[in-house]
Design a protein around this ligand. Structure first.
Ligand SMILES: Nc1ncnc2c1ncn2[C@@H]1O[C@H](COP(=O)(O)OP(=O)(O)OP(=O)(O)O)[C@@H](O)[C@H]1O
Ligand SMILES: [Mg+2]
Length: 349
């Protein structure tokens, strides 16, 4: 090294910097399985305070169900240590202090010093990668299903009516009798209306109904009405601020989030009551769907990259500059809250 602030610094100090600043968690574990050192990133991702990991048994970072196996594997590894990724092809999990399981990738390298043998474990948090993968796969699958549905409808419905129309048109050409022609024309008119209705239905399915014409409030009310037919959930609506949502893209996000959150309430919550609120908080629009049902561990679902519905809501929120928060606890209901910046002009109204 020539000049600069590190001039004359012993290498061990800059190595320490690398250890401290590394984006991955690094644990140095001794032959007994005790963590001797952990960098700040390791503590952060596992939910511990700085310094808290040192002196702890590394097995405490292994989900309880896997601890036994981990212990014997670690002893095997210490007998013949060599650099290797851990659990290649397996979905590894690290147990955080709060009891949640973090999806991780771990690489191990042995090192020997005068003090004995150690293993350096580099731990990478892969929850964000899993989330994006699940989202990508889910989006593709949803698009594929949608295409199949449209193809089926077009084939079984619209194309059938049009084919029948074509046949009758041929017959019509050869029919001279006026009464016969009248009957044929009536039938053709009916088939044409059915085909038009089919096309309308398909395009309605592609975009939520009423939304462009009647706005978010009516669309949500109509969705809740149709849900009431299949469940006895009582839903309270407070939608006074709904008319502030005028941007069609934002309308769609608000509607889809309410739709998914309510579908989840009906499918998963086993709730008696739900509440849908469109409110204003300063410069923000707040959309809230709350239920008094069984609740769930939302953070764990998101960490695992499970829950395409939740991920989809989150993604939609971000697309329009908003954010989504899911608060839920087993036994205490669930609250899905979407916050969106209100357009400037409407915040002065
Ligand atoms: N309101 C709720 N009450 C209780 N559990 C819920 C609620 N919302 C979500 N969950 C739990 O979170 C999980 C993930 O929800 P998410 O909507 O992401 O997926 P899903 O509903 O299972 O499937 P889909 O991809 O069809 O939406 C659910 O399987 C359920 O266990
Ligand atoms: Mg869902």
């Amino acid at each position: 090294m020539s000049a600069g602030p590190t001039e004359g610094t012993p290498p061990s100090v800059s190595h320490r910097l690398v250890f401290e600043a590394a984006p991955d968690g690094i644990l140095i574990v001794d032959g007994e399985g005790t963590i001797r050192e952990a960098n700040p990133q390791a503590a952060r991702m596992l939910g511990y305070d700085p310094g808290e990991l040192e002196g702890m048994e590394v097995e405490r970072l292994v989900p309880t169900s896997l601890r036994g196996a981990h212990h014997s594997q670690r002893e095997e590894y210490m007998a013949d240590p060599h650099p290797r990724p851990m659990g290649v092809g397996l979905a590894l999990k690290a147990l955080r202090k709060d009891g949640r399981e973090l999806p991780v990738e771990i690489s191990l390298s042995p090192c020997s010093t005068a003090e004995g043998r150690f293993v350096i474990a580099v731990v990478r948090d892969v929850s964000e990668r899993n989330r994006l993968r699940a989202l990508g796969a889910g989006t593709l699958r949803a698009a594929e299903e949608e295409r199949r549905r449209i193809a089926r409808e077009l084939h079984d419905d619209t194309a059938q009516y049009l084919a029948a129309l074509l046949v009758r048109l041929h017959v019509l050409r050869r029919t001279e009798d006026p009464e016969g022609r009248r009957v044929l024309l009536d039938e053709m008119q009916e088939e044409l209306s059915a085909a038009v209705e089919g096309v309308r239905r398909i395009s309605r399915g592609l975009r939520p109904p009423a939304l462009e014409d009647v706005g978010v409030e009516a669309a949500i009310r109509s969705h809740v009405r149709s849900m009431a037919e299949v469940s006895d959930l009582s839903v309270e609506l407070t939608l006074d601020q709904a008319n502030r949502v005028t941007d069609p893209e934002v309308q769609l996000v608000v509607y889809r989030v309410v739709q998914e959150a309510m579908t989840n309430v009906v499918r998963h919550a086993d709730a008696d009551r739900a509440q849908i609120v469109l409110d204003r908080d300063g410069e923000e629009l707040v959309v809230r769907v709350a239920d008094d049902g069984r609740g769930f561990d939302a953070d764990q679902v998101l960490l695992d990259g499970r829950g395409l519905g939740l991920l989809g809501m989150d993604e939609r929120a971000r697309l329009v500059g908003g954010r989504l928060k899911v608060t839920s606890e087993p036994g205490r209901g669930t609250r899905v809250e979407l916050r969106l910046p209100l357009p400037e002009e409407s915040s002065h109204v």
